[in-house]
Write a protein that binds this ligand. Structure first.
Ligand SMILES: [Mg+2]
Length: 375
């Protein structure tokens, strides 16, 4: 009997309550109070399991992707050999046929297959990625949009807690952004360069340029993240040429192909790479490799992944050679509870991978049951 035969794939819709409501440049007045994500559990005939996570904050289509995982992808993987992960992922690619949200689903299945294979072979995921370059991953801390005083307080608390960089969302009325950036910069003694994420909020190169100049006058700036719409690579290039501060691509960058197009258009100084947007841990690693070849610094960003997605990030983070800036993979801290055991280890601004086989984690079945949504 083939003990690696996939017998069952569970897909759970989960609604993880956030500690704080989220607002960003693109969502205006509708705050997100819970993440609607998915959990995938692959079970083979020997009882071995693999866990994956469907993570997507905006747009809020996590449950739609769960439905697709359950009805379209999972049935085609039942009966297949879980050891043949690349072959199964090629099948997933064929099933999803390049659909725009395909990378999020693919990533969930890829993480689950990697976790299964790690457990099957008895090695941690980072060992399957080639081994460790380091033992832990430096993290930045993200500040939500609130009053300037509250944002200044949150930023100071983040630095005091050991985080290596501070990220703010901008893209509101410019006067509000200026007040917030000024307050945060003053609270940090203007010593910490700020990552300012516009989430595509500015409508043109002149508008973005004016906003960037106004904000750069208030604080040292690490970079401006995604000042323009995702397809406006030419505009991003023009902003780079103004040399106000480095320009980071986020929404413009999902897949390896996007990274190539950005580099070709000379549209970004820095890449923000996501496991879920790239299509998996290995797909993200490929973008890191391309960026290294092109001397483009990059970080791993987050969709506020829960414990499974963040575990995958931790393993990639200790294995990837080119880690030049703090990552933003602090997702589990955004939730009222932890979905996995052991809990994600984040201490003094550092993220650590679990040491067990695969991802090194198990689902907390009580939290899963509490968060499970009916869809
Ligand atoms: Mg962003």
């Amino acid at each position: 009997m083939n003990t690696a035969r996939i017998d069952r794939i569970d897909v759970y819709c989960v609604r993880g309550p956030r500690k704080e409501a989220v607002r960003s440049g693109t969502t205006g007045a509708t705050p997100v109070t819970a993440s609607e994500f998915g959990v995938i559990r692959i079970v083979t005939s020997d009882g071995c399991q693999g866990l994956g996570e469907i993570s997507i904050t905006y747009p809020r289509i996590g449950f739609t992707l769960c439905h697709a995982a359950r009805r379209i992808v999972a049935p085609r993987l039942i009966g297949q050999d879980a050891r043949r992960a690349p072959e199964l992922l090629a099948l997933v690619d064929t099933i999803l046929a390049g659909e725009l949200s395909a990378p999020y689903l693919r990533a969930a299945f890829e993480i689950a297959l990697l976790d299964w294979n790690g457990r099957h072979h008895g090695v941690p995921l980072y060992a399957m990625l080639g081994g460790k370059c380091r033992d832990r991953v430096p993290l930045a801390w993200g500040i939500y949009q609130k009053s300037p005083e509250e944002m200044a307080r949150d930023a100071a608390a983040g630095v005091a807690a050991g985080y290596h960089a501070i990220k703010l969302k901008v893209g509101r009325r410019l006067a509000d952004d200026v007040a917030a950036v000024r307050a945060v910069a003053e609270a940090l003694g203007r010593k910490v360069p700020l990552r300012l994420d516009a989430n595509m909020a500015w409508g043109s190169v002149p508008e973005a340029s004016a906003a960037m100049r106004a904000l750069a006058a208030e604080a040292p700036i690490a970079w401006f993240e995604q000042p323009l719409s995702r397809g406006n690579l030419q505009g991003m290039r023009l902003l780079r040429q103004q040399a106000i501060a480095p320009v980071m691509a986020d929404e413009s960058l999902q897949t390896l192909r996007d990274a190539y197009e950005l580099a070709r258009a000379e549209a970004a100084d820095v890449f923000n790479i996501y496991i879920c947007e790239a299509g998996g841990v290995q797909a993200a690693a490929h973008i890191f490799a391309l960026a290294a070849a092109l001397d483009i610094p990059c970080i791993l960003g987050s969709q506020a992944e829960m414990g499974i997605g963040t575990a995958a990030a931790a393993h990639l983070g200790v294995a990837v050679p080119n880690l030049t800036h703090a990552w933003e993979t602090f997702g589990p801290l955004r939730y009222e509870a932890e979905l996995v055991r052991p809990a994600t280890r984040i201490e003094d601004g550092w993220l650590y991978p679990a040491e067990g086989p695969g991802l090194g984690i198990e689902l907390d079945e009580d939290v899963l049951a509490a968060w499970m949504a009916g869809e």
